[in-house]
Design a protein around this ligand. Structure first.
Ligand code: AVJ
Length: 311
């Protein structure tokens, strides 16, 4: 089977403990539902990080100790709204830099560069579509210092080992003196976290079940989404939010495009996502384990979120 999507879905659904990769949430429809999540008042992450990048952009830029010009390379830039305040600060203060947003969506990159050129005339922007590491490798050849941005608590989706592996790969593709600003969601009152993920509007449920609709469309499957529900759970000791889809009956689903049938038991779970929350001590350890040196944690006023600067 050549199609990575088909392969990953099948591996997950054939496993003893069924699971589906959350990276496949983000088809066009899923990306739109994620926008809705970010607009919910309960989903504090977006506001907290926006506050940090708005109010502390001077401290962040000063902490880089970069000569100009420099590069700002953003992994998974999406709509780039979070980064806007930081870019605006640099343009306003005539600090010379080149912005390199990277995303898998060509459409997202086209829209982002159009909007930025309108709102920040004179900005140097070189959007890149494709594989992070190909682009990072090229960027390593570049003579100017680089700030890598990995925002939005995307690191929270990775199990410990995978997180370290990913961060070490970043590290291997950085030059001496380059820095990484990584967005990390912090442990906090568990009720706040629970309300952000087990939301009463049912948007996160829709976000999860949309993956079944994507499988229906792309693998010609016949999931009946009314026969599935959503469950998620925060463990304040480990800091892990885990999300699941529940099968509400004994049922079988055909994936016609790949000639497979999958059986689900009554109340069987499919694990879909990990969203890990960190303590400050754990951030320190994560940095060390991936061969970085932690310089500063920039926190929002409620201490919900950290944009952590590593060298
Ligand atoms: C985009 C991966 C950071 O884990 O908080 C939001 C995705 N999942 N609500 C997160 C998500 C459920 C989000 N990340």
């Amino acid at each position: 089977m050549t199609n990575a999507f088909a392969k990953d879905i099948l591996t997950g659904l054939r496993a003893e403990q069924k699971h589906l990769p959350s990276k496949y949430f983000y088809d066009d429809n899923g990306s739109r539902i994620f926008q809705e999540i970010m607009n919910m008042p309960e989903y504090y992450l977006t506001d907290a990080e926006f506050e940090i990048l708005s109010l502390q952009c001077k401290s962040i830029i000063d902490a880089l100790q970069f000569s100009t010009p420099f590069n700002i390379v953003e992994l998974g830039a999406g709509d780039g709204l979070k980064t806007f305040k930081l870019l605006e600060y640099l343009v306003k203060h005539n600090i010379e830099f080149n912005y390199v947003p990277i995303d898998i969506s060509q459409e997202a990159m086209d829209m982002l560069s159009k909007r930025l050129k309108e709102r920040l005339p004179g900005i140097h922007i070189s959007p890149q579509v494709g594989d992070y590491f190909e682009i990072l490798k090229k960027n390593k050849e570049n003579d100017y210092p680089s700030l890598l941005l990995f925002l939005g608590s995307n690191i929270g989706n990775y199990l410990d080992d995978k997180a370290i592996e990913l961060l070490q790969l970043f590290n291997n593709n950085m030059k001496k003196g380059d820095k990484l600003l990584i967005g990390i969601d912090l442990k906090k009152n568990p009720i706040v976290i629970r309300d952000a993920y087990d939301d009463k509007h049912g948007i996160t449920k829709r976000f999860n079940l949309n993956l079944l609709l994507r499988i229906n469309r792309e693998l010609n499957a016949d999931f009946r989404i009314d026969d599935f529900d959503f469950y998620c759970h925060y463990n304040p000791i480990t800091g892990e939010v885990k999300s699941y889809i529940i099968s509400l009956r004994d049922q079988s689903v055909e994936l016609k495009a790949i000639n497979e049938t999958i059986n689900f038991e009554y109340n069987e779970l499919i694990w879909t996502e990990l969203s890990k929350k960190y303590g400050l001590q754990e951030i320190q350890e994560l940095a060390e384990n991936s061969n970085f040196k932690l310089k500063t944690n920039f926190l929002d006023c409620k201490h919900f979120f950290s944009d952590s600067l590593w060298e």
